[in-house]
Design a protein around this ligand. Structure first.
Ligand code: SF4
Ligand code: SF4
Length: 445
């Protein structure tokens, strides 16, 4: 009875806290500008099923794909066993579903499912060890970049050790049950392939100790899962939820197609086309807020850019493909996403403390992301292509650059020269338009 009450209190508290944090994250994402991504539902569902559910972009690196798939599949399928744990925890019973289906066809399905979970759990255990080794022993280059120092590296290790603990607890629980059954204490299913092998190790252990071991496994597993849930909103692992909406709202335009600023496009059209009708362009509304070009802070980005930031797994595939980063420039698209999320969290905390109109005098541009990083981008889209959850760091880079040029007239001298040349010569080079055909003169001699 007491254990059921403790279980229900812990369970409800964990869910309440998780829900509270989800609402905060939602509020933060909605601080972004509106953008209409409601169309193309069929295409969007297909993209989500392929990229998030089917993990299609992970296949570019087959071994990490297989390892990640073990963990992903184990996470999904273990939720089935969790249902029984929740029923047992709140009713004080043991293996409630098993007792319900014992001896029937459903009982065989139950046994098959638990066996399947055990096999996947062991594969996930192996995958987790491999992932820990890649980060801490092999020290893959993309996990050693400057933005991964400190908390991001700890966060990844905490989750991986958490997964090892979860699998260890579930195997301890199942194998202790099998050992107890061999002593005639319980009647859980005795056809768990892996647990039976582990239970051989428990031969000779007294019943009382086995009961404690089973309870440690049971409580360790459920507390581990609830702890994982509470921790997720503070971690990059929140992507296990956001990967689905984030891929649904993917940018479906061809890569490289930039969104134009309509106000600028109209002006340019009027300048370039002497026959253009100036009245075809609507006169600016004198009462409307002044048009702001680009983004200086997170509120100037779209909600999708902000959802991207919360969806980033910090895997570094984008940075590993980024030509600027590869050639030693300061730019890392992963850092762009991490900075955006950090700044958004900072803005969210300011709102919580001081109200929604509070200005802390800081901004994403300058305080988190520098001009040097922004101008190192070649806008090649390699990062967008590489991202396993369809995040688009380039969109954020372009918006921040737009702010630099259009709002602050701050561009590197090389770009200013090019812009002046376009304005004066109609071409990026420093030659008069009259001299444009000079190169052909030699052909006639
Ligand atoms: S678009 Fe920019 S950030 Fe992305 S890979 Fe290319 S150079 Fe790097
Ligand atoms: S943006 Fe995508 S590829 Fe880059 S670190 Fe984040 S999840 Fe990985």
């Amino acid at each position: 009875m007491i254990s059921s009450i403790i279980f229900i209190v812990v369970f409800l508290s964990a869910f309440a806290f998780f829900g509270f944090k989800i609402l905060k994250i939602r509020r933060n994402i909605l601080l972004g500008r509106n953008t209409d991504l409601s169309g193309n539902k069929g295409q969007r569902i297909k993209t989500m099923l392929m990229v998030a559910f089917g993990q299609s972009k992970m296949t570019a690196r087959p071994i990490p794909f297989i390892m990640h798939f073990f963990i992903y599949a184990a996470f999904l399928i273990t939720q089935i066993e969790l249902i029984e744990i929740m029923i047992d925890g709140s009713t004080g019973q043991h293996r409630y579903i098993w007792h319900l289906v014992e001896g029937s066809f459903l009982g065989s399905i139950y046994t098959f499912t638990i066996n399947f979970i055990e096999i996947l759990s062991v594969l996930a255990f192996v995958a987790t060890i491999v992932f820990l080794s890649r980060r801490n022993i092999i020290r893959l280059a993309r996990f050693q970049k400057p933005e991964m120092k400190g908390w991001p590296s700890k966060d990844a290790n905490i989750i991986l050790f958490g997964e090892i603990t979860l699998v260890t607890c579930i195997m301890l629980m199942n194998s202790s049950d099998v050992a107890l059954q061999r002593l005639g204490v319980f009647h859980p299913t005795d056809t768990l392939i892996i647990s039976r092998a582990i239970a051989d190790l428990w031969a000779g252990i007294p019943k009382e100790t086995l009961l404690i071991m089973e309870r440690i496994g049971w409580w360790g597993h459920i507390l581990g899962i609830l702890g994982f849930m509470v921790y997720l909103p503070f971690s990059k692992h929140f992507h296990i939820f956001l990967a689905f909406p984030n891929t649904y709202f993917s940018n479906l335009l061809p890569k490289g197609q930039l969104t134009n600023l309509s106000a600028v496009t109209s002006e340019v059209k009027l300048m370039l086309d002497p026959t253009a009708d100036p009245y075809a362009v609507p006169a600016p509304d004198q009462n409307a807020a002044p048009v702001k070009f680009g983004a200086k802070d997170v509120q100037d980005l779209t909600w999708k850019n902000l959802m991207d930031a919360y969806s980033c797994t910090e895997c570094g595939r984008c940075t590993a493909e980024c030509p600027a980063n590869i050639t030693g420039k300061k730019l890392s698209p992963r850092k762009i996403m991490m900075d955006t999320r950090d700044r958004l969290e900072q803005v969210g905390r300011n709102i919580d403390k001081h109200g929604k109109d509070h200005q802390d005098g800081k901004s994403l541009l300058f305080d988190h992301i520098t001009e040097e990083e922004l101008w190192a981008c070649t806008s090649c889209n390699a990062c967008v292509q590489a991202c396993p959850v369809n995040i688009n760091p380039l969109e954020i880079i372009i918006e921040l650059r737009r702010d630099l040029i259009m709002e602050q007239s701050k561009a590197p001298s090389s770009i200013n020269t090019m812009l002046n040349n376009i304005q004066n010569n109609g071409a990026p080079w420093q030659f008069s338009p009259q001299d444009r055909a000079n190169w052909a003169q030699e052909l006639n001699t």
